[in-house]
Design a protein around this ligand. Structure first.
Ligand code: NAD
Length: 466
């Protein structure tokens, strides 16, 4: 009886069999051509993408374009422009010990890469890593999230029309499919998702000693200082917290607000929320929660907090997958809201009078992906920068730091490993090969047999280097 070939294994084997050949032949012009094909395909699918994001996440068109469509095109544009210089071998200066030899770093494609992406920004977080993978000369298998099926199907269709499967293939499916992919000896795995699954991915990668980039999440704190521009803070925090209904890995998770400005800030924040989203949950300007289960978990977080003494001072309520903004005060460490990444439009407010305990609290927890500071006082900003750590920092802004293609985007420990964006993404998908070429190295003078002359020379070298 004929057996149907396993599509996962077939896709992997097809890419693997061409990897060595591709390493030699996938040069600047081929890579640029691949990026151009991808950009053209994305442009051709703009309307379908907006519809898919509406189906999956109830996304307003503006958010579909801002979060998923434009960032990939911007990444392609930036990458295309700089690719020649990123690909160029870099000379390194000689050291005393290697005087007479020239050293170069040659970025090489890693080979066959696996990209696993999440549902919250389902198009851009699958395709932006693909831009870096192709730019670095790799082939790739993409596994989009099963929780956004319309976007996943669109990506699969678009990629099948654009690239041969031995260069890029999309394998759709859930965690079982991801687990089968993870068992294969890929040359690199680029995973975006939760810290819990990040651990599973890293453990699977360890079995094949596959390198990984992990773009994870966590609770990103925001600190509003006594000297902050409060109107600016309210505008940016409302945007950062409620864009995509808070389902953004770098959304402000919770706010520390200085006592002296808390009331004024909250008045401005409420006004900003009312202006943007009205008063109910089903605003046309607010995305929906990805699934009924995730929407129910928002209600559960609020119920748990209320039961443990929280004051919900603003609540736009919930209606199916439409969950409106909520502001929560009197937070305690027993509340799930205070323990888990919220990943939705619920905003805990924690007043403070002294910065020290706020810094201690941030340092006592998992290292955040993002940390936001609203203040005009440079010494306070510098103190927070010096005494805390996080993947990135936004000062007097939220969320948009990831659009700065020259900055690495990534976490630290529990919020991630490695980085993406621009040259940082290119490096994630490249092996930096070290090449040392002999020109007139004098080292053979030290080769055996070791006579008195060798020892005299070694003593001389010891004096210079030791
Ligand atoms: P998730 O970890 O549940 O899923 C991500 C991907 O992993 C999906 O494709 C899923 O099918 C797959 N997966 C799920 N279970 C798996 C398993 N056991 N083995 C292998 N693969 C598995 O994450 P999510 O719920 O889709 O996304 C939300 C999380 O992602 C949040 O923590 C958020 O902060 C984080 N995130 C991080 C970034 C970033 O750039 N750092 C961006 C977006 C989201």
């Amino acid at each position: 009886m004929l057996q149907t070939p396993d599509p996962i294994l077939a896709a992997f084997t097809a890419q693997k069999s061409l990897a060595a050949q591709r390493r030699a032949s996938f040069g600047l012009s081929e890579r640029r051509a691949a990026l151009d094909r991808l950009a053209a395909a994305i442009r051709a699918h703009e309307a379908a993408l907006i519809q898919a994001l509406q189906d999956d996440l109830g996304r307003p068109e503006a958010e579909a374009i801002l979060l998923d469509y434009l960032p990939v095109l911007a990444e392609i544009r930036h990458t295309r422009r700089h690719l020649r210089s990123w690909m160029r071998p870099r000379r390194v200066a000689s050291t005393l010990a290697t005087f007479g030899a020239s050293g170069r770093i040659i970025p090489q494609p890693r080979g066959v890469c696996l990209i696993i992406s999440p549902w919250n920004v389902p198009f851009a977080l699958a395709l932006s890593p693909l831009v870096s993978a192709l730019a670095a000369g790799n082939s790739a298998i993409l596994k989009p999230s099963e929780l956004t099926p319309a976007t996943s199907a669109l990506i699969a269709r678009m990629i099948a029309q654009t690239f041969p499967p031995d260069l890029v293939t999309v394998i759709e499916g859930d965690k079982e499919v991801a687990e089968r992919l993870l068992a294969l000896p890929f040359d690199h795995i680029f995973f975006t998702g939760s810290p819990a699954v990040g651990k599973i991915v890293m453990a699977a990668a360890a079995r094949n000693l596959t390198s990984v980039t992990l773009e994870l999440g966590g609770k990103s704190p925001t600190i509003i200082g006594p000297d902050a521009d409060l109107k600016q803070a309210a505008d940016w925090i409302a945007f950062g917290k409620f864009v995509n209904a808070g389902q953004v890995c770098i959304s402000p998770d919770h706010l520390f607000v200085h006592d002296s400005v808390k009331d004024r800030f909250l008045t401005l924040l409420r006004a900003r929320i009312a202006r943007a989203y009205g008063s109910g949950p089903a605003s046309p300007h607010l995305s929906r929660i990805v699934s009924d289960r995730h929407a129910a978990s928002m209600t559960e977080l609020l119920t748990d907090a209320r039961a443990k003494g929280a004051q919900v001072t603003l609540d736009h309520g919930a209606q199916g997958r439409a969950v409106g903004p909520a502001l929560i005060e009197a937070i305690t460490p027993e509340m799930r809201l205070d323990q888990e990444e919220i990943f939705g439009p619920l905003l805990p407010i924690l007043p403070y009078s002294d910065l020290g305990p706020v810094i201690d609290r941030i340092n006592a927890r998992d290292k955040p992906l993002a940390l936001y500071i609203f203040d005009r006082d440079p010494s306070r900003i510098d103190r927070i920068l010096a005494e805390t750590t996080s993947g990135g920092v936004g000062i007097n802004l939220t969320v948009v730091q990831y659009t700065q293609s020259n900055l690495p985007f990534g976490g630290v420990n529990s919020s991630g490993l490695g980085a993406s964006n621009g040259i940082h993404g290119f490096r994630a998908f490249s092996h930096e090969r070290a090449v040392l070429r002999n020109r007139f190295l004098a080292l053979p003078l030290l080769f055996p047999p070791y006579g008195p002359r060798t020892l005299r020379l070694i003593r001389l070298i010891k004096r210079i280097l030791g």
